[in-house]
Write a protein that binds this ligand. Structure first.
Ligand code: XUL
Length: 521
């Protein structure tokens, strides 16, 4: 029982949430947005601009500086970190950080200096490839060929070799910059990097997040010698150990004790990926509840008892932090695509909701938008592809209401199509993420999936998941009672399918699939 801190380093921001497991209340929920708070990193959306749409990297020092900034701001506004009993958290999945020295061999962080200036000389690669990077198709093919084909990669790791996954990214680094790769002693995921910063050591990689690397053997929870060898020479020595989600990976480093007032000895529990963490934050770690998370990426995920893979090759199996597995399908064209449309039309999010709820109908009179503003992983499109089909005015971007509906309908149709392998159509879906606050967007999800939509009272499911995982591992509070207190849905947000929606989508769904097929997707 006590106070638990969850951190979430997502694509665009770093968030902190503190929960009180005695009172069942969230006592702190704050974020810093990388683009706004740290403009010196030239990353308005959390990653470095690049003329090559397939290359998406971020500056890891931006994440480090955000940690100092957020903790400093919170301390200045009266947060008593000394009362925190345990810490865990999450990071955007697949992104990797490359270090010249093992963090366990580095001298303690010096509290008289900022953290970023101490991490800078340790980096063997100044930028980190993140989940939006799609530049590694050749490496995916090479890894698959080396182990005997796609099916073998799926059997071992739960996914085909996937461009954004860390293994193919590591292989690309080894091929493009062999000397820098050779100088690398340790490679972290964003999640284990944060746990390492906080504990001042080399934190293990959580098996849940590690499953997003194409390197972990799902059946043993350890690095697969076959995949490691197929990826890059000497990689085995550069990977921290893979650990179970409940593992304590260290204690808070003295830097944070002296600078921000944490209590010496505060346990750090392994950090996981933002999606596995949200599975906890959504109270969905038991099979039977489907979740849609609408953030920078949109994801559809659910707990699974046994690993079961996507025959089309887009879905993944990750570890479930509460034990067992989860499946996940990720869509790159999430909030950035919605924002592009809203900006182009000059629509506020309220106007966006009105356009959907009051000015247009399910099925959008056959108007359809292919919403791939950036390269997409589901379906796989290595170049952006935005195409409009329908009335002349719609195709000419002159029907703002229909266009607002069209982007969300296409996203929902894609989510439904690409999650159909999971099992039965869900009747109830829990939603989270910024866009899920929009009633118009929730209504489209309800109509396309023919399901009841429920949103959580707490906004940031991934940070909440971090805090709940710390409460479970350190405070021994069972997940079931934590879910009762923290993962309640907000009845005011409930949305049901509209009458006639199922019929309205039969035609649009077919048209959508035909258009994807025409693109070869
Ligand atoms: C999941 C994925 C994204 C990132 C974004 O596979 O790539 O959802 O985790 O944060």
């Amino acid at each position: 029982m006590g106070l638990y801190l969850g951190l979430d380093s997502s694509t665009q921001s770093l968030s902190a949430m503190i929960v009180d497991s005695d009172s069942g209340r969230v006592v702190l929920d704050e974020s810093v947005n990388f683009g706004k708070a740290l403009p010196q990193y030239g990353s308005p959306s959390g990653f470095l601009p690049n003329d090559d749409a397939q290359l998406k990297h971020a500056d890891p020092l931006m994440w480090v500086e955000a940690l100092d900034l957020l903790l400093g701001q919170l301390k200045a506004t009266g947060t008593d970190f000394g009362a925190v009993d345990g810490i865990s958290g999450a990071g955007q999945q697949h992104g990797s950080v490359y270090l010249k020295q093992r963090l366990s061999e580095v001298a303690a962080w010096d509290p008289s200096r900022d953290l970023a200036s101490q991490v800078r000389p340790l980096l063997s690669r100044p930028s980190s490839p993140i989940w939006m990077d799609s530049s590694t198709s050749a490496e995916c093919r090479e890894i698959a060929a080396a182990v005997g084909g796609d099916a073998r990669v799926v059997t071992l790791s739960g996914s085909r070799a996937i461009e954004r996954f860390t293994g193919p990214q590591i292989r690309a680094f080894y091929k493009r910059e062999p000397a820098a790769y050779a100088a690398t002693r340790e490679i972290h995921l964003v999640s284990s990097f944060f746990a390492s910063l906080l504990s001042g050591g080399s934190a293990g990689i959580d098996q849940g997040d590690g499953a997003g690397m194409n390197l972990l053997d799902l059946s043993t929870g350890t690095w697969s010698p076959e995949l490691v060898a197929a990826t890059a020479p000497g990689l085995g020595e550069k990977l921290p150990r893979a650990v179970a989600s409940r593992t304590q990976v260290g204690e808070i480093a003295s830097y944070f004790v002296k600078k921000y007032g944490f209590r010496p000895g505060t346990p750090i529990i392994a950090f996981t990926g933002d999606n596995p963490s949200s599975l906890v934050g959504m109270g969905a770690t038991d099979p039977g509840t489907a979740v849609i998370s609408m953030g920078t990426s949109d994801t559809v995920f659910a707990a699974m008892r046994k690993p079961h893979t996507d025959p089309r090759g887009f879905g993944h199996v990750f570890g479930n932090p509460a034990g067992g597995f989860m499946c996940l399908i990720c869509f790159a064209n999430g909030s950035l695509a919605r924002e592009r449309v809203a900006e182009r039309l000059g629509l506020s999010w309220d106007a966006f909701a009105r356009a959907i709820l009051e000015e247009t109908q399910p099925g959008n009179q056959g108007n359809l938008l292919l919403p791939f503003f950036i390269p997409e992983m589901t379906p796989k499109l290595l170049a952006p592809k935005v195409e409009l089909f329908g009335s002349e005015r719609f195709v000419g971007w002159q029907e703002p209401a229909a266009l607002a509906r069209a982007i969300v309908e296409a996203q929902a149709l894609s989510m439904q199509r690409h999650s159909d392998w999971i099992g039965e159509q869900p009747r109830l879906i829990r939603v989270t993420g910024g866009a899920s606050k929009n009633r118009g967007i929730r209504q489209v999800l309800a109509d396309v999936f023919g399901a009841e939509i429920r949103a959580l009272s707490v906004g940031n499911a991934s940070a909440l998941g971090g805090a709940l995982r710390a409460a479970e591992a350190v405070g021994k509070v069972p997940f079931a009672s934590l879910y009762e207190a923290f993962a309640a849905t907000d009845p005011a947000s409930n949305v049901s399918p509209s009458a006639g929606a199922t019929a309205a989508y039969a035609e649009l769904r077919q048209k959508f699939v035909e258009r994807l097929t025409a693109l070869g997707a």
